[in-house]
Design a protein. Structure first.
Length: 159
C-alpha cells in the first residue's frame, strides 16, 4: 500500500494505491475541498457529511462505494478518512455543483494516465516525486538525498 499526494490546481489531494486491489483511492474530503474551493478542512468535512446524508436519502450508491483508509490528516497523524476509486469519484463530482467539475475530471484522467506510465517506467515516478518535493519547498540538496535513499531502499527490496 502506498500513500502519496497529487495536485489539482494548487490543492493537495491525498491518494493511496492499494496493491492487493490494484486500485487508486482518493481522499473524498480533499476532492470536496478542491471542488467547493474550501480551504478550511473542517468546513469541507462538514460539506461532505451533509452531502453524504443527501445522497443516501436520494438512494445514491456513491456513499456506499466509499471505503475508509488511513491517511495523513492535517494534524500530521494517520487517521481513517473516506476514500473512493476513480469511478466513484467521477460519480461524486457530478453531485457537487461546481465550475471546477470538468477540469477535475480532466485532472483525474491525467493522474490515472501518469500512474499507468509510471508502472511501465518507474523513473517517471521518481521524477514526479522530485517535482512534488520542490513544489513543497524542499531544497535541491534535500531532494537529492531523498532520491538516493528511495533508490537504495527500492534496490534493497528488489534484490
Amino acid at each position: 500500500m502506498e500513500n502519496s499526494l497529487s495536485f489539482f490546481e494548487d490543492r493537495k489531494i491525498r491518494t493511496h494505491y492499494h496493491t492487493e486491489r490494484g486500485k487508486w483511492y482518493f481522499s473524498v474530503i480533499d476532492i470536496v475541498a478542491a471542488l467547493t474551493d474550501q480551504k478550511d478542512y473542517k468546513k469541507a468535512k462538514s460539506y461532505w457529511s451533509t452531502l453524504k446524508s443527501r445522497l443516501l436519502a436520494e438512494g445514491s450508491e456513491v456513499v456506499t462505494k466509499c471505503d475508509h483508509l488511513k491517511m495523513i490528516a492535517p494534524d500530521g497523524k494517520m487517521r481513517l478518512t473516506d476514500v473512493a476509486d476513480p469511478e466513484t469519484i467521477l460519480r461524486l463530482v457530478q453531485s457537487i455543483p461546481s465550475p471546477k467539475a470538468e477540469p477535475f475530471k480532466l485532472w483525474l484522467a491525467r493522474v490515472g494516465n501518469e500512474r499507468i506510465q509510471e508502472i511501465s517506467d518507474p523513473e517517471l515516478s521518481i521524477q514526479r516525486a522530485r517535482d512534488n518535493w520542490l513544489r513543497n519547498g524542499r531544497s535541491e540538496k534535500w531532494v537529492q538525498a531523498r532520491r538516493i535513499n528511495v533508490v537504495s531502499h527500492h534496490f534493497y527490496l528488489n534484490s
